[in-house]
Write a protein that binds this ligand. Structure first.
Ligand code: F6P
Length: 306
């Protein structure tokens, strides 16, 4: 038996730990695992892959990123705009089947988020044997309680809030921290609660400046001359649009970003308080997974033999 494993979409802490877990389990059953390089495109001729033997798995539990590389562009793209689903052409799915036959793999493990698992679903519907492993810092996958990468991203965002807390307090400032999460507020909510943010803005609850400024002014009255605001990148004003960074590219999802700066400017204007903003960005996706994520990733490879 030979299986393939592929990592798709944005990277996140724990991808390598899943690769290790899957390949180790396959190995214990006497199966060979090959890693597809550069996302699903690596399945198509000229194919790009590497053998994941026992030696290739050294150190992967703690290593950030993905040794297989990943892509959220290329021929495989099932999400566009603000998360609209796009059907992959039949010819591409047929080419994928042929590619898998040429590689001699009987099944594929796809480690991915919303976009990559939508592709996996379409492959499954086209008759390709495929198993999905839910990955994403955003924790926004349907039918999934928690995705790996989320805990590590929240740890990073909480640490950032802790650091901003002392500087905001020292300068009597308002500081707005913008975090990732696409259209879900999980990272902002968990880091906000864990890091003691005074205002938490999430996409699920559109906000009004009146209530944000009221919270800041109320703190001021009670002798707290600083405020920490955490804003999910998908947070938006009631009745307003998402704030996006850069133009829309064909067959790609919109890039959210910039809400933190917009909110900071408006707070300064309305309250007269000195306000700063920072975008945490890809720091949330880098580095080693937390122990929670390492355990979760290991479990994803651990389905016992029946
Ligand atoms: O889905 C993970 C994520 O990090 C989102 O939180 C963010 O909106 C997006 O990917 C950023 O993607 P890119 O790295 O392509 O800019």
């Amino acid at each position: 038996m030979k299986i393939g494993i592929v990592t798709g979409g944005g990277d996140c802490p724990g991808l390598n730990a899943v690769i290790r877990a899957v390949a180790k389990t396959a190995n214990s059953r006497g199966w060979e695992t090959i890693g597809i390089i550069g996302g699903y495109d690596g399945l198509l001729p000229p194919q790009n892959y590497r053998v994941l033997d026992y030696k290739a798995l050294d150190g992967l539990l703690v290593r950030g990123g993905t040794i297989l590389g990943t892509a959220n562009r290329g021929r495989f793209s099932a999400k566009t705009g603000h998360g609209e689903t796009r059907q992959l052409p039949k010819e591409l799915l047929d080419e994928t089947k042929r590619g898998m036959e040429m590689l001699g793999i009987t099944a594929l493990v796809s480690v991915g988020g919303d976009g990559s698992l939508t592709i996996a679903q379409q492959m499954h519907e086209a008759g390709i044997p495929i198993v999905g492993v839910p990955k994403t810092i955003d924790n926004d996958l349907a039918a999934t309680t928690v995705t790996f990468g989320f805990d590590s991203a929240v740890a990073c965002a909480t640490d950032a809030l802790d650091r901003l807390h002392t500087t905001a307090e020292s300068h009597n400032r308002v500081i707005v921290l913008e975090v990732m999460g696409r259209y879900a507020g999980w990272i902002a909510l968990y880091a906000g609660v864990g890091g003691g943010a005074d205002v938490i803005l999430i996409p699920e609850i559109p906000f009004r400046y009146e209530s944000v400024c009221e919270a800041i002014n109320e703190r001021e009255k009670r002798g707290k001359h600083f405020t920490l605001v955490i804003a999910a990148e998908g947070a938006r004003l009631a009745g307003g649009d998402f704030v996006v960074a850069g133009g829309q590219q064909q067959n790609r999802e919109a890039r959210l970003g910039g809400i933190g700066a917009v909110v900071a400017a408006e707070i300064e204007k309305r309250t007269g308080k000195e306000t700063r903003s920072m975008v945490l960005g890809h720091l949330q996706r880098g580095g080693s997974p937390t122990f929670m994520d390492r355990v979760l990733c290991t479990l994803f490879g651990a389905r016992p033999s029946s």
